[in-house]
Design a protein around this ligand. Structure first.
Ligand SMILES: *Cc1c(COP(=O)(O)O)cnc(C)c1O
Length: 397
């Protein structure tokens, strides 16, 4: 039999759970795109997007997923043939690098593997070899969603400054924005990309490129700026359509408006604290399971783990079995082991638990309970006390 009937829970690291308030805000007739509420709400929407990233800079909105924002960020700052330094701690950094190569850029990748964060000494070394300052930018994923490693973005800025290297610091915050602490201006980030469907709790399909004055100067210095990706009209529109280079993503904007209201109501600090607490509940459970049997957290040091997603190893390729069981029998879908094989492909040796966005204790404890049931049903050896440990973390909230 199956106990999966009831509300299904998608515990994958994007798309994340959409709050009923966001869904309800989108459920409306097509709005007027020439004047009225939709047009009028743009300035405050832009301000609130900047507040989430803690920046006084600019933000351009794209009707695209995160891959679109990756391309937009590069298309506004680089010419064909430009060199880029990529600091890789998982599949997503490699994905951004592949896209850069397709745009004709030359990428040097420093790979820190799939379980360690960026080693600043190696970054300093890579910059020291670039005496001619040929690297136009350094690409970093704040949180790599495949490995669940969280990188020290401010630390990369310090290394750039210490080396007196002029490269742009470009950061992928698609998984981390509004989940893990991030401060664009204070951390010296020049360009940042984000997307709607993770911490921002809105359906996939809208993404964001943030940039400061230095990023904008790079746009002015390149030879050719793609007409569609150009961030200038999108951030200084004369007419409403220029925000989007065409028709607005009308319903996404209403959903996003509601999500930003929810973020403002809870407050960013409270949101970060909630994510951290729920992440710790997940880690406490996995630690307990790991005391016996084949389970293991992918990132050993808690200080290097994301609060938005946790990648877990289940040796013997049992991750796929466990995911299948909890989906079919318990109504919870877990994330696949993305990019965790030697070749960078998906692997059943790993699975991921998302805890990003609109998530609370009962959702996390329910997911952990479903995993515990799955481990038992599949005869996968595991330590005891996981649910107790997770509940204790939630009890002290
Ligand atoms: C989800 C994600 C992406 C890709 O976003 P898409 O919307 O799927 O294109 C890129 N980088 C990170 C860190 C992500 O979490």
């Amino acid at each position: 039999m199956s106990l999966a009937n009831g509300r299904h829970y998608l515990a994958i690291p994007g798309p994340s759970v959409m709050p009923d308030r966001v869904l309800a805000a989108m459920h409306r007739a097509a709005p007027n795109i020439y004047e009225g509420a939709l047009v009028d709400m743009m300035p405050a929407l832009i301000d609130d997007l900047k507040a989430v990233a803690k920046t006084d800079g600019n933000v351009a909105i794209y009707i695209a997923n995160g891959h679109g924002a990756w391309e937009a960020a590069l298309a506004n700052t680089h010419d064909r043939g430009d060199r880029v330094l990529v600091l890789a701690t998982g599949r997503f950094a490699h994905g951004w690098a592949e896209q850069a190569e397709r745009l004709g850029l030359k990428c040097d990748i420093v790979d820190f593997g799939r379980s360690s964060d960026i080693d600043m000494a190696r970054v300093a070394e890579a910059l020291a070899t670039d005496k001619a300052h040929s690297y136009k930018s350094v690409l970093v994923t704040h949180v790599d969603t495949s490995t669940s490693i969280r990188n020290d973005v401010a630390g990369v800025r310090e290394v750039l400054n210490a080396a007196r290297h002029p490269a742009l610091l470009m950061v992928d915050c698609i998984a981390s924005l509004a989940c893990d602490r991030f401060q664009m201006d204070a951390w010296g980030v020049d360009v940042m990309v984000a997307a709607s469907q993770k911490g921002l709790m809105t359906p996939p399909g809208v993404s964001f490129v943030y940039f400061n004055a230095k990023g904008d100067a790079a746009r002015d210095a390149i030879q050719h700026v793609s007409g569609y990706w150009d961030w200038r009209p999108r951030t200084r529109p004369q007419d409403f359509y220029q925000y989007f280079a065409g028709t607005a993503p009308t319903h996404h904007l209403y959903g996003l408006r509601e999500a930003l209201d929810m973020i403002a109501e809870e407050g960013l600090e409270a949101i970060f604290a909630r994510h951290e607490k729920l992440a710790r509940a997940v880690w406490a459970a996995v630690d307990a399971w790991s005391r016996e049997g084949p389970m293991q957290l992918n990132v050993a040091d808690p200080a290097k783990r994301s609060c938005a997603v946790t990648s877990v190893r289940l040796k013997g390729n049992l991750g796929g079995d466990l995911r299948g069981w909890v989906t079919q029998k318990a109504g919870v879908t877990l994330g696949i082991g993305l990019g965790m094989s030697e070749e960078g492909r998906s692997s059943d040796e790993h699975f991921r638990i998302a805890h990003m966005g609109h998530v609370n204790s009962h959702m996390v404890l329910g997911t952990l309970g479903a995993i515990e049931a799955g481990l038992t049903a599949l005869d996968i050896p595991h330590g005891t006390g996981a649910l107790d440990a997770a509940a204790k973390v939630c009890a002290t909230a």
